[in-house]
Design a protein around this ligand. Structure first.
Ligand SMILES: [Zn+2]
Length: 386
């Protein structure tokens, strides 16, 4: 690619600040909780309309339960076949009505609103980067992948992500940049397991001995689960939800709980999940029964040599543009773990800088949207031509 095309892309992206904010405001003002298929699809429709108006073809990968996935595709002109994937999720953790309660707003350098940083600003950034390459030409094919259910561990998007990433030259996941401006080089993997204990109901005054308390069995399990936490190893186990019983004077016939398990590597994952599942399923008290109801899982993002090189390429691009970035580890999990586990070089946290994700005071630094779009574009050029 010529120096003039490279310069044209950077200058073009530098002029898009207002247009980026306009699209971001529209996306934030659409409620799109993970279980709100209509809302998640409405965000997809808005992006599709925008991309198609720019002349970029889009493909919908439908899902009956969760939002559809959307893939925007640009063909390369440089004779390179392996595509680079720009990835992001359209769902948020916020319930319906949140966008009306606290719509998109800007205060100084920061924007607020549900999902503004995690990760609608990242979607906007990826979209504008795709458009710039479509306009001025790209050495390799580019795919913009907009997924639908990351906040609940991507039950429907994971196979789509893996199919797109398997043959890709690189994946850039535009989760928010850290408050420091840093990217993310390592993420813990996570599993969410919902399980149930059943016992036998009995009047707690009249027939206590005939009862089998599901709550007692559950309480014992919770203690065993929490003892699996090992900070030195980097594994944590947290039962975050419990429910059980029907009345204070009834021996509880049923209890349910949900446990969050975090682990730093694929090796550790098998061992810790084996231990957790065993506790969730075992019979804690005679005549009680336990079973796992649901399980969701994120793989850890581990940094291999190729991913480290990707980070270095991004770092050089940032320096070219006048800023510095490094990378840090986080306990939060994301779709980037799935692509890294396939062996595809993956860089996460390339999105605009933000913080307080999943909270009412979530913020995004709007003055970082255009610069990070430029840094991503330069990195794509370097990787494609390298
Ligand atoms: Zn996210």
């Amino acid at each position: 690619m010529s120096t003039s095309a490279r310069t044209a892309i950077i200058e073009h992206l530098g002029r898009q600040h207002q247009a980026m904010i306009a699209l971001l405001s529209e996306l934030v003002n659409i409620d799109s909780g993970s279980y709100n298929k209509r809302g998640v699809d409405a965000v997809g429709d808005r992006l599709r309309t925008w991309l198609e108006a720019a002349g970029i073809p889009c493909e919908t990968i439908p899902d009956a339960t969760f939002g559809d996935c959307l893939a925007a595709r640009i063909t390369g002109t440089g004779g390179i076949n392996r595509p680079i994937v720009l990835m992001g999720h359209r769902d948020t953790v916020f319930p319906d009505g949140t966008a009306a309660q606290r719509p998109f707003r800007i205060d100084g350098n920061q924007a607020y609103g549900p999902g503004v940083a995690d990760m609608k600003a990242g979607l906007v950034m990826n979209t504008f980067v795709l458009e710039a390459f479509h306009r001025f030409g790209t050495p390799c094919p580019l795919t913009g992948l907009y997924t639908s259910d990351e906040e609940i561990a991507s039950p429907s998007s994971r196979p789509v992500i893996e199919a797109e990433a398997r043959d890709a030259g690189a994946v850039f996941n535009s989760e928010p940049g850290r408050p420091s401006g840093n990217l993310v080089s390592r993420r813990k993997g996570a599993a969410f397991i919902e399980f149930e204990v059943t016992g036998r109901a009995a009047h707690s005054g009249v027939a206590h001995a005939q009862g089998v308390s599901a709550i007692e069995a559950m309480a014992r399990k919770i203690q065993r689960l929490h003892r699996l936490t090992d900070y030195d190893l980097g594994t944590t186990v947290n039962v975050g939800l419990v429910q059980g019983g029907t009345a204070v004077n009834t021996v509880a016939a049923r209890a349910t709980a949900a446990v969050d398990v975090r682990f730093p590597t694929l090796n550790i994952m098998e061992k810790i999940l084996g231990d957790v599942r065993e506790i969730c399923r075992c019979c804690e008290l005679p005549d009680s029964e336990s079973r796992i109801l649901r399980e969701g899982k994120f793989l850890p993002l581990e940094q291999d040599e190729q991913s480290r090189q990707l980070l270095e390429a991004y770092g050089r691009s940032a320096v070219d543009l006048g800023f510095q970035v490094a990378a840090e580890a986080t306990g939060g999990s994301a779709d980037s773990g799935f692509t890294a586990a396939l062996g595809t070089p993956t860089l996460c946290g390339t999105g605009p800088v933000g913080g307080n994700a999943h909270r009412d005071d979530e913020w995004c630094r709007i003055d970082t949207i255009a610069p990070r779009a430029q840094a991503l574009a330069l990195t794509i050029l370097e990787v494609a031509n390298g």
